[in-house]
Write a protein that binds this ligand. Structure first.
Ligand code: NAP
Length: 284
């Protein structure tokens, strides 16, 4: 089995170089998480957002994994606080009439209960909120959780405006350690934002990596590199991202793809091939 690569974040947290995402798995969530961890994944991404994630079934998987000898401490567990605008109005996992800072606390209590854990490795704000004062109130509530030992690090998702990230970073007491964004050409692959992140020790996690980029996967460049290394196009793209300091999320339901996604750490791309993919991203 190929060895998983780990990174150390600015918060000193060990984070896997590829993370298993649990969105849209519904009733299959527990079985798929167990399969993914058995295949070699150690990072699990979820959210307290019943519309898209079944967080309690992630907890069931964690419990089942213990019986298989995989302890909670062996895993990197990441969940999110999802603001009201991202929740299904019929299944909001906190009191909508509470002030927003209490919603953060209630959401986190729900996550801990669902996940059957006392702490998470990473707590992410699902999307920036406006006005800025609300964003800071929410962030301060997340900082309180981090300082009490409930979350080892904090992060933000769907943050495509570098100024929002920079001002959050400069005002935050607990700095964001990760940004989790959609990786697609409409934002120029967050090139400027990623540049800033790499200079401030913020790790960029990508989602929509394969689904948003069929043109990249079908390109002559990636196909030729795939043939050369005897890998799939998806593996080449994930490996390219990993070489570039990005941590991709994958939500595959296929055991074959789980193994392929983990297999990216079993080979290195040459600097010339990395440049070819760089050029491709800059071109589209
Ligand atoms: N923060 C946010 O707002 C946000 C939004 C969306 C997602 N996410 C997170 O990101 C995770 C990943 O979501 P995603 O949107 O990137 O999509 P995804 O759920 O990973 O789906 C990607 C597609 O890629 C396929 N795939 C995976 N590995 C492959 C491989 N090696 N070769 C070929 N096809 C492969 C999968 O098909 P198979 O199942 O057949 O392999 C699937 O159809 C989610 O589960 C969630 O945790 C976060």
């Amino acid at each position: 089995m190929v060895k998983l690569k780990w990174l150390i974040t600015s918060a000193g947290v060990k984070m896997p170089g590829i993370i298993y995402g649990t969105a849209w798995k519904k009733d299959r969530t527990a079985d798929l998480v167990v399969k993914a961890v058995q295949a070699g994944f150690r990072g699990i991404d979820t959210a307290c957002q019943p519309r898209h994630y079944n967080e309690p079934l992630v907890g069931t998987a964690i419990d089942r994994l213990k019986a298989l000898g995989i302890e909670r401490e062996d895993l990197f567990l990441q969940t999110k606080f999802t603001p009201l605008s991202g929740q299904d109005p019929n299944q909001v996992p906190y009191d909508i009439n509470s002030p927003v800072e209490l919603q953060v606390a209630q959401s986190f209590e729900t996550s801990k209960k669902s996940l059957q854990t006392e702490y998470v490795d990473s707590l992410i704000l699902h999307s920036p909120m406006t006005p800025r004062a609300v964003l800071m109130t929410v962030w301060n509530a997340m900082e309180k959780i981090q300082k009490a030992g409930g979350a080892r690090q904090l992060g933000i998702s769907n943050c495509y405006d570098a100024q929002v990230l920079q001002s959050l970073y400069s005002d935050a007491d607990v700095k964001p350690a990760v940004v989790q964004n959609r990786f697609y050409r409409e934002t120029n692959y967050d090139a400027d934002l990623r540049h800033w992140c790499s200079h401030h020790g913020v790790i960029y996690q990508s989602f929509w990596t394969l689904t948003a980029n069929p043109h990249i996967l079908a390109s002559n460049t990636v196909r030729t590199i795939a043939q050369k290394y005897k890998k799939t196009e998806a593996q080449i793209f994930f490996r390219y991202l990993s070489h570039s300091g990005i941590v991709p999320l994958t939500g595959t339901s296929s055991e074959k793809h789980m193994n392929e996604d983990l297999g990216i750490f079993g080979f290195e791309l040459s600097s010339a091939d990395l440049k070819h993919v760089d050029l491709l991203l800059n071109r589209v």
